[in-house]
Write a protein that binds this ligand. Structure first.
Ligand code: NAD
Ligand code: TDX
Length: 367
């Protein structure tokens, strides 16, 4: 079977960390792709992340909310969208503990709004499942309730949903890594809201036949990550000569993936993934938070020696590491089994953690 070919993409959350890397990746890797980039520009998104794109003429930025149904309906039809790639979310676990409501609103209601808009658009304007056409879509002329005027449905369509390994909960030492068959057990308001969105996406496939795919990915790192996340926090603390906050005793483990490898994995799933399937993406790269801190400190010692950049007698940035109060409900270990991505789609990460983190530290020093 030939690969699916996205042409007119609606990317949500494309002014955030992974979204802006994905927009760059798509514009650079496929000259036929046009990107309509819908982002609310919350505190986490910025058009600064979209400067110097590979081809600005194939990119349209729209400031708006994924919960705004009339806006989504208009964008889908005006731009003849054939592929939705859904990144937009509230993404920071600590914020979800302090204020969970917006996580439910954006991650659950926003995904619901997009799914409903996509379903009616894909059906050609009908609003209920009705009879099926020959390609499995509900018959477009069965409904009288649709808020959308009937139009030609796209010849082919994909809805790709970006999710996280955190929906699977936490692992103990020695537990097997999360696979696509692992039961959901989200522990934070963030991961619970992402789990809710994953279940909606699954239901829109099983009930309505909407051609969806989902990826659950491990922790990303790389250029343009928001300063609130762990790796940018460590680098910034070194640059400012301030304490590096390590939650608890630093023994928590995350499985890290370079953001461009994640983008390549998403692209592979959109083109060659099977609708209705879920794919886990990860780097097979488990590190304790403390060891990551030490590694970044050593790179900072090499690239930005403390003796030449700070007044203090510090010989290594490691002396800035400070253990602070733990995150409530802090998941202890995440690890992803990405065998399905390798076996069925031929995807493998290109970067090791050592090579990716070198590039990342350099990038933060150069911007
Ligand atoms: P981010 O916080 O850096 O960016 C999120 C973007 O979404 C921002 O640009 C923000 O303005 C936008 N946004 C938020 N609410 C919106 C709304 N209502 N309407 C439109 N836009 C809105 O997040 P990220 O780290 O790039 O994560 C992107 C996606 O990947 C999320 O769905 C997240 O759950 C998932 N994910 C992230 C990681 C990671 O390590 N960062 C790992 C796995 C999965
Ligand atoms: O200052 C810090 N000190 C610290 O020890 C921060 C910000 C974090 N940490 C710890 C908590 C985690 O164990 O570092 C680890 C990574 O923390 P975050 O960068 O906040 O990421 P995490 O909570 O693991 O979630 C990330 O990966 C999965 C993303 O934020 C999610 O959006 C994604 O789904």
């Amino acid at each position: 079977m030939s690969d699916y070919r996205p042409v007119n993409m609606l990317v949500t959350g494309g002014a955030g960390f992974i979204g802006c890397n994905f927009v760059r990746y798509m514009l650079a890797s496929d000259a036929d792709v046009r990107v309509i980039n819908l982002d609310k520009l919350t505190y986490a998104g910025s058009t600064d992340n979209l400067k110097e794109l590979p081809d600005q003429s194939r990119h349209i930025f729209v400031e708006g909310d994924i919960c705004d149904r009339p806006l989504i309906d208009r964008l889908l039809r005006e731009h003849h969208i054939d592929t939705i790639v859904h990144f937009a979310a509230e993404s920071h676990v600590d914020n979800s503990i302090a204020g969970p409501e917006v996580f439910v609103q954006t991650n659950v209601m926003g995904t619901f709004t997009l799914l409903e808009a996509a379903r009616q658009y894909w059906m050609g304007g009908a609003s209920d499942a009705g009879c099926e056409t020959t390609d499995g879509r509900p018959d477009a002329v069965t409904s009288h309730q649709s808020p959308v005027t009937s139009h030609d449905a796209p010849a082919s369509f994909r809805f790709h949903h970006i999710s996280t390994d955190e929906v699977y909960g936490t692992l103990s030492q020695g537990d097997p890594a999360f696979s696509e068959a692992t039961a959901y057990a989200p522990n934070s308001p963030y991961s619970a809201s992402k789990a809710g969105s994953d279940h909606l996406v699954r239901a829109w496939f099983h009930t309505y036949g909407l051609p969806v795919t989902t990826t659950n990915c491990s922790n990303n790192y790389g250029p343009y990550q928001h300063g609130e996340k762990f790796i940018p926090t460590v680098i910034r603390s070194c640059l400012e000569g301030k304490p590096i906050p390590v939650y608890g005793d630093g023994s928590n483990i995350r499985d890290w993936l370079y953001v461009e490898d994640h983008c390549a994995g998403i692209d592979a799933v959109i083109r060659r993934g099977v609708p209705g399937e879920v794919y886990n993406i990860g780097g097979i790269n488990e590190w304790t938070n403390l060891n990551i801190c030490k590694l970044i400190c050593r790179l900072m010692d090499e690239f930005h020696p403390p003796a030449t950049h700070h007044q203090s007698p510090m010989t290594s940035y490691e002396s800035l590491i400070t253990f602070v109060k733990d995150r409530p409900g802090h998941d202890w270990r995440y690890a992803i089994d990405a065998a399905k991505m390798g076996n069925t789609l031929g995807w493998q990460p290109a970067e090791t953690f050592e090579s990716g983190i070198r590039k990342t530290v350099r990038w933060y020093l150069d911007v």
